[in-house]
Design a protein around this ligand. Sequence first.
Ligand SMILES: O=C(O)C(=O)C[C@]1(C(=O)O)C=C[C@@H](O)C=C1
Length: 316
Amino acid sequence: MSEQQLARYTYLGPEGTFTEAALRAFVGSEHVRTDPSTDVVSALDAVRGGRADFAVVPMENSVEGGVNVTLDTLASSAEPLVIVGEVVVPVAFVLAVVPGTALSQVRRVSTHPHAWAQCRGWVGRELDGAVHVPATSTAAAAAILADRGREAGFDAALCSALSAERYGLEALAEGVADNPHAVTRFVVVSRPGTLPEPTGADKTTLMAHLPDNEAGALLDMLEQFAVRGVNLSRIESRPIGDSLGRYSFSMDLEGHVAEERVAAALIGLHRVCPLVRFMGSYPRWDRVAPHVAPGTHDADFVAARTWVERIRTGQV
Ligand SMILES: O=C(O)C(=O)C[C@]1(C(=O)O)C=C[C@@H](O)C=C1
């Protein structure tokens, strides 16, 4: 295959981010072209504009929760994109410095806000009074420190051990995250038109609005899943932005839209919500198949529908 025919991936860069590690884990041994983006919005814009086929972006972290810029940009754009895959990556941080810097000299620490949140306890204990200088990613902080040294505006970067090595920095402390089991979930996004085949262990991502000022509207929405035996693995609310008290709900559910119980829940949602956006059905990273409760298998829905059709044609 020529270089021109390879799939083009962009990701939250620069080289050395956890997002790049997620991309490598996703493509495995497949040969692809990669081109880092400076932030999540430009990575998604590159896919919309046709400059990349896929973007890999962070979606949620086990400690700090949802990555709002990803949730909001995917949910609000006039040109929808779809999620075609997910990757879960363990995240561990080192405190990286220009070689020769002592711990006592570190007063300003740069990193991505999600990384800062995951190392806050350690920084408080070991670098009491140190302040956070936000960066677009962990590797961006490392790259700037390596490039500018004392002129960087900060003394250390919280990044992966790989990033520290790649940018020629020294890992002054390792394992600095407050939770050693932290993981981040990344999603692989493309333009609509390529719905991955169901595998039996899939997830579907949706965004929905509720009717304004209606008691029980949230319960109505959740019932659409409950009565069809569809389990939600994530639900979070994000402000819509135009006035206080208006929220959109971002959800992941277990199953693929090709499955009857998921399709039935989506039909129900469409009836009770003023706006529903389908954001993709894709294989789960852990390949764990959901528990499908009795009465909610595809065959149960098909049998029930056939029964109603027979009634409608007079075959009671
Ligand atoms: O900065 C990086 O290396 C990223 O890939 C981004 C990101 C995030 O957005 O949460 C990914 C994983 C870590 O939790 C910290 C930062």
